[in-house]
Write a new protein. Structure first.
Length: 181
């Protein structure tokens, strides 16, 4: 007998795996890279890292706050530390899970009527794909920046970004933060 995939569970599990991949990069990123400037930009690796969390917060605020989803505090793009970022990412990941579950519980669409600006379809699959692509873009940006500036990351780190089965297992083993964590 074949068991049928529970799409709702798969959507949430996929997000948690993506979140774990993002956290894995920042857990293993050498400290020397944190202040590096992004060429032709006012950003640094630190600010790109903080931007990932802050973008999550923007979506949670825009789509979820009016439904009672707690919006995590944004981080300072200029001063966030690795430890602060990892804690913040845990909180914003919980908020994204809450948004996805909100959409799942509303027939697969995140309720967005009355929201002034949404640049994509708000079904949970499109929303998930957008978030994963956004974070993947910035992870790749950081890996490329490290290479271009002579700080090539060890293959254990870069390969680790693609070990989604392992990251998925790590994500499943982690305690999901509660809104008060």
């Amino acid at each position: 007998m074949t068991s049928r995939l529970d799409l709702a569970d798969a959507v949430v599990a996929t997000w948690k795996t993506n979140d774990r991949v993002t956290a894995y990069l920042f857990e293993n990123l050498p400290s020397a890279l944190w202040p590096l400037p992004v060429p032709m930009s006012r950003r640094t690796v630190r600010s790109v890292a903080g931007h990932i969390h802050n973008a999550r917060c923007m979506w949670i605020k825009m789509l979820g706050q009016r439904h009672g989803i707690r919006v995590p505090k944004r981080v300072s793009l200029r001063t966030v530390t690795r430890k602060e970022l990892l804690t913040a990412l845990n909180r914003s990941s919980r908020g994204v899970v809450d948004l996805l579950e909100l959409g799942i519980n509303h027939g697969g669409r995140i309720p967005a009527s009355g929201v002034a600006w949404v640049n994509m379809p708000v079904d949970v699959v499109h929303f998930l794909a957008y978030l994963v692509a956004h974070e993947g873009h910035h992870r790749g940006q950081i890996v490329l920046l490290a290479r271009q500036t002579g700080h090539r990351l060890p293959s254990e780190i870069t390969n680790g970004l693609w070990l989604w089965t392992k990251r998925s297992q790590e994500a499943q083993a982690r305690k999901t933060p509660t809104p008060t964590d």
